[in-house]
Design a protein around this ligand. Structure first.
Ligand code: ADE
Ligand code: ZN
Length: 324
């Protein structure tokens, strides 16, 4: 089964590019750019990656992103991730980036987006990997800040497929961003949002009803509402679930308590993704392997999870048919 997991061509739909920054590259870029980081060694970094909730992770994750300065840095970060895709047989990837994490440090939007995009163009040329870019608004910042980011993105619209919402969920519900999502939709972007990761199921209802999203990122708290479960099932709204992340951030106490198998068995459109793999002990294959080892997933379950990712992706129908 582990061989099957490794061999199956896969689609990644929930991957924060800043969350693929491995400690080795973090050290290299810190030295090159003369940026102080609070770690003496790789050992030290691994030791710090011991989280108790989403916020304890985010604090460390945003500090790590400070080493990214030039277009080449964003290219190298993305290219390093592409090599992981090759290793894990990911043939299509949809990448989140957080522009505000960088523009707030004086890095130009153009530097970030062109660095990422150039690497993705090369990934297609060199490995045939298809991709798209999803720009996320940081929900701990204001809706006004999100509007300003959307304005900055418009000259680079051709590179960006969708708009998303991430960062500290509790206390920052989707309703805070209703107007900016409306504008993003009018501009032709697809829409996604993190909801029901730490926040309760009402965040998922809001993402659906107020933001009009195409996909929910995480969504595991849906299990606490029978009405929502019924709706997610009948509308087949995709949930991009990230098991390793949920364990590392203590959304579930252990793998055996993870609810992805229950969601799948109920008939929801769930798929498996890696979120911030450099911080959460592994890329997409490791997520599948952990699920298989703890939740007794069948071969059929694994194939369904993989197929769900392709069918929920933002690729053209033509490409979807080819992949499926
Ligand atoms: N940013 C990066 N990873 C995240 C996560 N798991 N939840 C919310 N925001 C994030
Ligand atoms: Zn995420």
């Amino acid at each position: 089964m582990i061989e099957l997991i490794k061999k199956l061509p896969k689609a990644e739909l929930h991957l924060h590019i800043e969350g693929s920054l491995e400690p080795e590259l973090m050290f290299e870029l810190a030295a090159k750019n003369n940026i102080q980081i609070p770690y003496k060694s790789i050992e030290d970094v691994r030791h710090a990656y011991n989280f108790t909730n989403l916020q304890t992770f985010l604090d460390i994750y945003y500090a790590g992103a400070n080493v990214l300065i030039t277009k080449d840095d964003f290219y190298d970060l993305t290219w390093a991730y592409i090599l992981k895709c090759v290793e894990d047989n990911v043939i299509h990837t949809e990448i989140f980036f957080d522009p505000q994490t960088h523009t707030s440090r004086g890095i130009a939007f153009e530097t970030v987006i062109t660095g990422i995009n150039d690497a993705l163009v090369d990934a297609k040329k060199q490995y045939g990997i298809t991709s798209c870019i999803i720009m996320c608004f940081l929900r701990h910042l204001s809706q006004q800040a999100a509007f300003e980011t959307l304005e900055e993105a418009l000259p680079f619209k051709e590179y960006i497929t969708a708009v998303g919402l991430d960062s500290s969920e509790l206390g920052n519900p989707p309703s805070k961003f209703t107007q900016v999502f409306k504008k993003a939709k009018a501009e032709g972007f697809k829409l996604v949002a993190h909801a029901g990761e730490e926040g309760d199921f009402t965040y998922i209802n809001e993402a659906l009803d107020l933001l009009g999203i195409d996909r929910i990122d995480h969504g595991v708290q849906s299990i606490h509402s029978a009405a929502l479960m019924q709706r997610l099932k009948s509308e087949q709204i995709p949930l991009t679930v990230c098991p390793n992340s949920n364990i590392e951030l203590k959304v579930f106490e252990s793998y055996t308590e993870h609810n992805i198998k229950a969601l799948l068995d109920y008939g929801l459109n769930v798929s498996v993704h890696s979120d911030d793999p450099a911080y959460f002990k592994g890329y997409i294959n490791q997520n599948f392997i952990n699920l298989y080892e703890h939740l007794a997933l069948s071969k059929n379950d694994i194939i369904t999870l993989v197929k769900n990712a392709f069918s929920s992706s933002f690729i053209t129908d033509e490409l979807k048919q080819q992949y499926l």
